[in-house]
Design a protein around this ligand. Sequence first.
Ligand code: MG
Length: 449
Amino acid sequence: MARLFGTNGIRGVVGREITAEFALRLGRALGPFFGGGTVAVGTDTRTTADVLREALVAGLTASGCDALLLGVTPTPALQLFVARRRLRGGVAVTASHNPPEYNGFKVVGGDGMDVSKSDEEGIESSLATMTFPEIAWDRCGRVQQDPGSNALYVDAILALSDTAAVARRKPKVVLDCASGAAVHTSPELLRRLGCSVTTLNGQPDGTFPGRLPEPREEHLTELCRTVVDVRADLGIAHDGDADRAVFIDDRGRFVHGDRALAVVARERLRGKPGTVVTPVTSSSCVADVVRENGGAMDYTAVGSPIVSRRMKEVGAVLGGEESGGLMFPELQCAKDGGMAAARMIELLVVTGRNLSDLVDALPTYSLARRSLPVPAGSQEAVATKIREAVAGEKVLTVDGFRIERPEGWVVVRPSGTEPLFRVYAEGRTPGDAESLAAYGEGLVKAALG
Ligand code: MG
């Protein structure tokens, strides 16, 4: 059976993979999955949000769930709302960082966390078999509006923040909302936190006219320039559903997600050791900082829902992934752009240091990546041969193979969605990274014969 869920929800191009009919069927499948009760439904700002939400809600209510419509809200706000209101679950209609023609669905359980892999598989198989029982007329669900998730979210973050300390220094922040869901939360959050805020792309617009919703360096040139022009302390950019925040330092430089995670980890572990959870592909700069400060690293398979669940299991103090998805368990074990923004600002105020200095103090590493197509259906056989070949190495097998060497590491893992292996290597020098990537590539090629 083809997988519908990717590493973080169901996504596709609207009119191709994602249609109103699909949304209706998904709602029908989710009704029995949630087993009735109230399900929150929120969206980002995409132009296809209305049609997909309406179809999804028709399916949910036809299957006996009540739907609570939150309107446009960040995914982490929806997650917090579901958990705090003790709802049965939630669905975010969003394609996160994808371009405007995409949309999709993130399914959240009653604990506010992304549903587990096995739950995803259950939903996929009930969609594939299409056995949705009809329910009696008097058991169909009802639809209500509740626009309270944005306020609940902003208030919850502020309750965990030292607003007095921030207000005393009044840091200057340039905030780029991408015209996505953050427009309804982050500008207010940062102002009430005590910052002086300049907002870019602050109007909701699902065509994303200012920039594409993925907060990559090449999409953020206006933000970087503005940070320098207004002499801001930092820049912050969200993706379409604001579960991610990436940072621009006070010199207008893009900060890689792993380096932001390392900066936060160092501050968080100081005097209070704990566990930090990240996927196996995260940079050694995180591990270096965590170990230096007496903390422990816990590596998971790639995919933020997996990091979230692992954080809860081990009682982690912090989690995150390279794309700028930071997770703070004091609020919720979920990627959270608003929390990331607030915690980073507070960190700058508390340390009294510039973000550029904090980032420049981290060790630097070089990356190399490869994608290697393999014949369809051969991934398992290839993996078995690689396992034999790396038997003598220091290897972690939580997702594919992460082989550690003194000069760096290489991860060789099968793609979850395509017939290929991905190779990620990181070394102390560009040469180290390249030779580790070549080693990883060699493992796949040798296994293919
Ligand atoms: Mg996102």
